[in-house]
Design a protein around this ligand. Structure first.
Ligand code: MG
Length: 294
């Protein structure tokens, strides 16, 4: 299913979307009162079959008639993120000098993990705050987001996909000057509105082969990034095994799996984005998010 969180007055509701038909059904009619996406994911064994059975009978409305929020508007905790996880991006990042002054193009031996604050999350079509006076080097990073279903610790590679609820799109938007200046990446990755998510949370049963999905970004219509998920240096199973070795993964946890080559600092000189630019990120089967920098 393709689920969304949409605004209804001051509250949020869960919708099931059929993008081809352009329609949404209000699944909250079927769910426990007040249940958000985190509850739906946590109780998926029970609620998934219920939704599959009964959603088709609900009345439809145009998707365009509602405001879509991030599918998980307030994640339970910081988003797990993976740096330097596509070979060509490691090279462009190394050459840029933004990672280390010695411009190392060496491939990482182990996954590079950091996190992004929950307050950075914004909707799939929301405006991005340029944070004038805080940063002058805005950049985009198109990424596949993995949504954890069943939690656990010590999850093996072989078990990893049993713990994946589904997928979404995350733009790991970045303030490059803060990323470089402060060494640790949290600050440069976590400014408010710098984590557009969605439009959909897509359950894993809809994706036959996640490695075949294409991750793409466009700036003002110009294609900048395009790579299949199979190009990941550390694949989804490896990421889940690595994180969960000593950290309990929880239902609804998000892992942004890394970005392909073609980000702004990949160009010489860098092509940063700024006010008025529109960034679109698309992944096969997961839709397109479109965010304008205010
Ligand atoms: Mg990233």
């Amino acid at each position: 299913m393709k689920l969304v969180t949409f605004a209804a007055g001051t509250s949020h509701r869960i919708g099931a979307v059929d993008p081809e038909a352009g329609v949404l059904r209000d699944a909250s009619e079927l769910l426990p009162a007040g249940a958000g996406m985190l509850e739906v994911i946590e109780r998926w064994a029970e609620l998934g079959p219920l939704l599959r059975d009964q959603v088709p009978g609900l009345t439809t409305r145009a998707v365009d008639s509602v405001e879509l929020l991030a599918p998980i508007p307030v994640p339970r905790r910081n988003i797990f993120c993976v740096g330097k996880n596509y070979r060509d991006h490691v090279l462009e990042f190394g050459r840029s000098g933004y990672d280390q002054p010695d411009r190392s193009e060496a491939m990482p031996e182990y996954p590079v993990l950091f996190s992004k604050a929950t307050t950075a999350v914004t909707g799939p079509y929301g405006d991005i705050d340029p944070h004038h006076g805080v940063t002058a080097e805005l950049d985009y990073e198109a990424e596949l987001g993995v949504i954890i279903g069943r939690g656990g610790r010590g999850i093996t590679r072989e078990q990893a996909f049993e713990h994946v609820w589904g997928y979404t799109i995350i733009d790991d938007f970045t303030a490059r000057d803060l990323q470089r200046t402060h060494k640790q990446w949290l600050l440069g990755k976590s400014l408010d509105t710098h984590s557009p998510m969605g439009p959909y949370a897509v359950s894993a049963d809809e994706i036959a082969d996640v490695t075949a999905l294409m991750v793409e970004s466009r700036v003002n219509g110009e294609l900048r990034q395009s790579a299949p998920v199979k190009d990941l240096i550390f694949d989804i199973q490896e990421l889940i095994a690595t994180i969960s070795a000593g950290i309990t993964l929880l239902p609804g946890d998000l892992i942004a799996t890394g970005t392909p080559a073609g980000v702004g600092i990949g160009f010489d000189p860098p092509r940063f984005v700024g006010s008025g630019d529109v960034i679109e990120v698309s992944i096969t089967g997961l839709g397109t998010q479109r965010n304008r920098i205010a």
